[in-house]
Design a binder for this molecule. Structure first.
Ligand code: ADP
Ligand code: MG
Length: 727
């Protein structure tokens, strides 16, 4: 066996499980490393605590003196937790989180030092972050951006560092991160939803969007990971013959979790719990070595911080257990990829989930209002929703018959389908009689509170209603949930605003409130009907049907990213004050750039691995065969023919596959050079898609054939069977 592969294999066979046991009760550890409100109350003087709390509630500016007091309290708490450094923790557009650590420690004279942290340092900093993507917003001469404290998500201590969640903005005011626009979108949906709630309950003063994400990932032993340059550099394997046994038997799904993995999970869950991430379920996924973690839902901004934190934690803790975590959407060909379902709903400060059916006609009319408006928003802005999850890595998954198609549609279950169809038909034009109204209300009142069992779950739908929330299933496992969450909350906010205007207009022209709401809902139900689909989203017939309905099918990232420059899209984000046109176009450019870079790196690696790793092995094996053929000939003379049939066949096949592989790799390289010269970034990304990426499958077809022809002893990379089934 090639030495790298052999060593990796040996390492894995001799790996022992690192025992990890919980100490004490989970509930006692929950959030112990987070500076929550109750700790703020404990560490801050009363006046300062009240004024910060009010600033958080109303989103107002925090006074400089108060910030000093808060910083000093935070420092005191963090030092007790063993922190030595602090950092502004932010979410640049790379997709990962960023931090720059500074020590609290400050020398104040010969041999004397103190721990210091002032309000200035808490509230605002200027990280030297000029190399983060900014899409042209910061030219180098004004390459200044700053991070600013987001007091609405609590600070926490991890690895001896106090992390302060912050937004990242340019000095000119534009957002350079995901958090700032998310906060703006959440604010927009809050305002719009509160206004609509007032039709039903005047006591509602705040509506929070809630997010419950489900993170899928693979665990691979670090030895195998490091012996696969493709996995290491691109997050996925670029070649690999699928193992004879993949996931056909579905025997991994919900199966028992191996002890080594359980130890890893316990360890990382303990860390997560300490950081206040409410992780609750753990189970195996469909593919071998694939797992999922789904915490209990939280307010959207906090939930998103927690997802990013958890992705970091997965990496850190996996290393402790000699694993590497693989978050790519499609790391292994022939096996299911990974996604990140985003469960989304709206909750009032009076404790009502606006997307859950209630107890009586009134609360159900409220539920229907938010339900129908969400569907209408998805109908109007399905392309934007699609664009919000576009990436080179997610392209592998969407429409791959294991994940929702690239066509956006909404599934609502048979009960609600019938109900909406009835409302569409039965609300008469013209004035309603009291009897009409009573009958309608009676029907609405009958909606069962627990729809969970009634919504026959459709796993193939990208946007499914699952009883008391919508579940956006097309989000990729690597993604920051913020982008889809910014989008959903913005388009729903916009729709609710329009709804309010329309209903008020109906009321003004003489309709009663309920009648006005019902009539407007009927209109929305009609207009958004084409987005509703209850069938199999993976089927060929749906693609045709969707086309007939006029729904878009933006199959890949370059096609989807075009959406961001559309005037109707810019209008909505500007109206809701979430993005300016400049910010949207900057983001679009960054996404194109990321797409191109990913494909470029993969293409380079394919070139390198085929030339430097695969060809030498194939040539060696050919020489071995030639030697064998010559040997047989020299012994058997003219009777040799029969004895060398197999060898000659293999020799010819090896040449054929190697030639093809080489030819395609050369063509791909030439095309890459041509693509790089294209000035326009959108066109360049299309060229990468159409003239570079198209070679990936062609090349791997031949490398995979070579893998099964060449002597197993000499194949240079750990095989998929070894990586996924050795334990
Ligand atoms: P699965 O998709 O694996 O079958 P579910 O559909 O039951 O699982 O989804 C469970 C997820 O939905 C959990 O992460 C949970 O926190 C989340 N969830 C439940 N209620 C809400 C809500 N009101 N808002 C947001 N997320 C929610
Ligand atoms: Mg789910």
């Amino acid at each position: 066996m090639s030495s790298a592969r052999k060593n990796a294999y040996q390492d894995v066979l001799h790996r022992t499980s690192k025992k990890f046991e919980w100490e004490g009760k989970i509930s006692e550890k929950f959030g112990e490393n987070v500076f929550y409100e109750d700790k703020m109350r404990e560490y801050l003087p009363d006046q300062a605590y009240k004024s910060i709390k009010s600033a958080i509630q109303h989103g107002t500016k925090i006074d400089r003196n108060i910030a000093d007091v808060a910083a000093s309290a935070m420092k005191e708490w963090a030092l007790e937790k063993g922190a030595t450094h602090y950092t502004h923790w932010f979410q640049p557009l790379t997709g990962a989180t960023a931090e720059k650590h500074d020590a609290f420690f400050k020398p104040i004279g010969p041999g004397r030092a103190i721990e210091q942290f002032s309000g200035d340092l808490l509230v605002q900093q200027e990280p030297d972050a000029s190399s983060f993507p900014n899409g042209g917003i910061r030219n180098t001469f004004e390459a200044r951006g700053y991070t600013a404290w987001d007091p609405s998500s609590p600070a926490f201590v991890i690895s001896n560092t106090l992390c302060i969640p912050t937004i990242f903005i340019a000095y000119t005011g534009e957002a350079l991160d995901y958090k700032m626009p998310l906060l703006k979108a959440l604010n927009a949906v809050d305002k719009a939803a509160v206004e609509v709630c007032k039709y039903f309950d005047k006591k509602v003063t705040k509506v929070n969007a809630t997010l419950g994400w489900e993170q899928e990932y693979f665990l691979i032993d670090k030895a195998f990971y490091n012996a696969r340059p493709d996995l290491m550099m691109t997050g996925r394997v670029l070649f690999g013959h699928p193992p004879a046994k993949g996931q056909q038997l579905d025997d991994h799904y919900f199966g028992s979790i191996p002890e080594r993995v359980t130890n890893f999970m316990r360890d990382f869950e303990m860390e997560a719990i300490r950081l206040g991430i409410p992780v609750a379920t753990r189970h195996n996924e469909v593919a071998p070595n694939q797992f999922e973690c789904a915490p209990i839902f939280e307010e959207c901004n906090l939930a998103n911080d927690h997802n990013l934190l958890l992705m970091d934690l997965l990496e850190k803790v996996a290393r402790k257990h000699d694993y590497r975590v693989v978050l790519h959407e499609k790391p292994f060909p022939g096996l299911n990829g990974s996604g990140k379902h985003n469960n989304w709903a709206l909750a009032t400060d009076t404790g009502v989930n606006l997307l859950a059916p209630g107890k009586n006609p009134k609360s159900n009319l409220q539920f229907l209002t938010f339900f129908v408006n969400t569907i209408k928003a998805i109908h109007e802005h399905s392309d934007t929703l699609r664009a919000s999850i576009a990436s080179a890595s997610n392209d592998h998954r969407l429409g791959g018959h294991e994940a929702p198609p690239a066509i956006v549609s909404a599934f609502i279950g048979s009960y609600l389908t019938t109900l909406l169809d009835d409302l569409e038909k039965n609300i008469k034009a013209g004035k309603m009689t009291p009897a009409d109204k009573t009958e309608l209300k009676l029907n609405i009142g009958k909606i069962p509170q627990i729809l969970l069992d009634n919504t026959d779950r459709n796993r193939t739908s990208p946007f499914a209603f699952t009883g008391n929330k919508f579940e956006y299933r097309a989000v990729g496992s690597l993604a920051n949930c913020a982008q889809p969450m910014i989008t959903i909350n913005t388009i729903v906010a916009n729709q609710l605003e329009e709804f309010k205007i329309a209903v008020d207009k109906r009321i003004k022209s003489g309709n009663g409130k309920d009648e006005a709401i019902l009539k407007e809902l009927q209109k929305l139900i009609k207009e958004s009907k084409s987005i509703r689909f209850e069938g199999n989203g993976y089927s060929e017939s749906w693609i045709k049907e969707a086309e007939k309905r006029g729904l878009s099918n933006l199959k890949d990232a370059p096609s989807a990213l075009k959406v961001w420059e559309r005037q109707d899209v810019i209008d909505v984000f500007e109206k809701m004050q979430v993005f300016s046109k400049r910010e949207l176009l900057a983001r679009q450019e960054i996404e194109y750039e990321k797409y191109i870079m990913r494909i470029q790196i993969e293409a380079r690696l394919i070139g390198d691995l085929t030339q430097n790793h695969i060809i030498p092995v194939v040539v060696d094996y050919q020489n071995k065969l030639i030697e064998n053929i010559q040997g047989i000939k020299s012994v058997l003379g003219k009777d040799a023919e029969q004895g060398i049939v197999a060898q000659k066949g293999i020799l010819v096949d090896l040449s054929m596959h190697m030639n093809k592989m080489q030819e395609y790799a050369r063509e791909m390289l030439e095309n890459r050079k041509k693509a790089n010269k294209i000035e326009d970034i959108a066109k360049r990304s299309e060229a990468y898609r159409d003239t570079v990426r198209v070679y990936f499958d062609k090349i791997s077809y031949h490398t995979d054939k070579l893998e099964i022809l060449v002597d197993d002893e000499t194949w240079p990379f750990p095989k998929l069977r070894e990586m996924l089934f050795t334990s």
